[in-house]
Design a protein around this ligand. Structure first.
Ligand code: PMP
Length: 362
C-alpha cells in the first residue's frame, strides 16, 4: 500500500544520503579514502575498553556521561558540566537545531559547508540560508550580510569540510561579537585535532556567551564506526541541549571507548604528525600531475580538476581500480574530488592511479 501521509514541511527537501560506499564490486581489497577516517583505526586502549564494557550490555547505560565528560574536561582544560556527549557530533548539531530553530527561523551556513547543517535545519522546520564563500574560504562579511532578526544559528566548520580551509580566530571573534542577540555561533571542530596547537574554538566559547563548539571522536580518534561526539558551550545552552537529548543516547561501550581514546593523547600526536607528513606528500604529488588544491588543515585534500567531467572520469577510473574517493558536487564543487589522507601505501596508490588516469607516471 502506498502511503499518502505527508511529512512535516521541509522534510522532502532533504535528499537521501549518497556517501558511505565501502565496496566496489570485483575488488576484495578496496582502498577507502572517502569518509575522512583515520587510516590507523582506533587506539588499542579504546578497543579494549569497548570490549570490556560490552560485557554489561543487559544494563542501560549511564545517562549523565560523567566519566567521559570529566576525561574530556581534564584533557582539554574545560568545565565538565558544560560538556554534552552525543551520537557523533551530528547529534549535537541536531540538538542545537531542535532546541533553537523552528518554523520561521533561519539557520545560516556557508556555500561549501558540511551537509548536516542544512539537513538538521530542515528537519527542525527552520529555513536553511546558504551564504557564499570567497575562493572556498568562509567569508565573515558575507555571513554578516545574510544574518537577520530570524537567524538563530550560524554553523562554521574550522577546518572546513570538504575544503580543508580555515578561518582565523580574529575573524570568528568579530563574527561572534557582531551577531544579533538571538543567534548562536556554532564552531564545528571535527578536524581541530589535525591542527597543531588549535583549541577548536574553546577559548572563544570561554569568552563569549553565544558560542558553542562541537567535536568528534570519528576522525583523529578513529571511532567513526561507534558514533560519538561532544559539544561545549555556555552552561545555559548545554542545559537546554540536555533536555532534548535522549537519556540513553550513548551506550557504555561507546562511552568507555571514547574515554580511553581521549586519554590516549600519544595516539593523537602520532596520527596528527603522520597526517601532516602524508598530506604534504599527496598535495605535492597531485600538483605535479597538474591537479592543484588549497592548503588543507584537515585529514583530506580537495583536489581541483579542470572540469566536472574530468573529476567524474577520474572518480570512475579510481573506482575501477578499487579506490573510493568522494565526489563533492553536492557541496557546490563539481570539479573537485575530496581525497582522505590515508597511510603511506594508500597515498602512493591513489597518486599513482591518478597519474595513470592523467597518462603520467608517478
Ligand atoms: N562536522 C564536520 C565538518 C564533519 O566533516 C563531520 C563528519 N563528516 C561531522 C561534523 C560529523 O561527524 P560525526 O557525527 O561522525 O561526529
Amino acid at each position: 500500500m502506498a502511503s499518502k501521509i505527508a511529512p512535516q514541511p521541509g522534510i522532502l527537501d532533504i535528499a537521501l544520503y549518497q556517501g558511505g560506499q565501502s565496496h566496489v564490486p570485483g575488488h576484495a581489497n578496496v582502498i577507502k579514502l572517502s569518509s575522512n577516517e583515520n587510516p590507523f583505526g582506533a587506539p588499542e586502549t579504546a578497543k579494549l575498553a569497548f570490549a570490556k564494557a560490552a560485557h554489561h550490555m543487559h544494563r542501560y547505560p549511564n545517562t549523565d556521561h560523567a566519566a567521559l565528560r570529566a576525561a574530556i574536561a581534564e584533557v582539554h582544560n574545560l568545565e565538565a558540566d558544560r560538556v554534552i556527549c552525543g551520537v557523533g557530533s551530528d547529534e549535537i548539531i541536531t540538538f542545537l537545531c531542535q532546541s533553537y530553530a523552528g518554523i520561521g527561523d533561519e539557520v545560516v551556513y556557508t556555500e561549501h559547508g558540511f551537509s548536516m547543517y542544512r539537513i538538521s535545519a530542515l528537519a527542525a522546520g527552520a529555513t536553511p540560508v546558504c551564504v557564499p564563500e570567497r575562493e572556498r574560504v568562509v567569508d565573515v562579511d558575507a555571513i554578516l550580510g545574510a544574518v537577520t532578526k530570524k537567524t538563530k544559528l550560524v554553523f562554521i566548520a574550522n577546518p572546513a569540510n570538504p575544503t580543508g580551509t580555515m578561518v582565523g580566530m580574529t575573524e570568528l571573534t568579530r563574527l561572534a561579537e557582531a551577531l544579533p542577540p538571538q543567534a548562536i555561533l556554532v564552531l564545528d571542530g571535527a578536524y581541530a585535532e589535525y591542527v597543531e596547537g588549535f583549541d577548536g574554538g574553546a577559548t572563544l566559547v570561554e569568552s563569549h556567551d553565544n558560542v558553542v563548539m562541537t567535536r568528534t571522536f570519528s576522525k583523529i580518534y578513529g571511532l567513526g564506526g561507534i558514533r560519538i561526539g561532544w559539544g561545549y558551550g555556555p552552561q545555559e545552552i548545554i542545559d537546554v541541549l540536555n533536555r532534548v537529548r535522549g537519556p540513553f543516547n550513548l551506550s557504555e561501550p561507546q562511552l568507555a571507548a571514547a574515554e580511553a581514546a581521549v586519554r590516549d593523547q600519544e595516539w593523537v600526536e602520532k596520527c596528527r604528525s603522520e597526517n601532516t607528513r602524508m598530506r604534504a606528500w599527496l598535495a605535492e604529488a597531485l600538483m605535479e600531475l597538474g591537479i592543484p588544491s588549497d592548503t588543507s588543515c584537515a585529514n583530506f585534500i580537495l583536489a581541483r580538476f579542470q572540469s566536472a567531467a574530468e573529476a567524474q572520469a577520474c572518480d570512475a577510473f579510481l573506482k575501477d581500480n578499487g579506490i573510493i574517493v568522494r565526489q563533492v558536487g553536492g557541496y557546490g564543487l563539481p570539479n573537485c574530488l575530496r581525497i582522505t589522507v590515508g597511510d603511506e601505501a594508500s597515498c602512493r596508490r591513489v597518486a599513482h592511479t591518478i597519474g595513470r588516469f592523467k597518462g603520467q607516471d608517478i
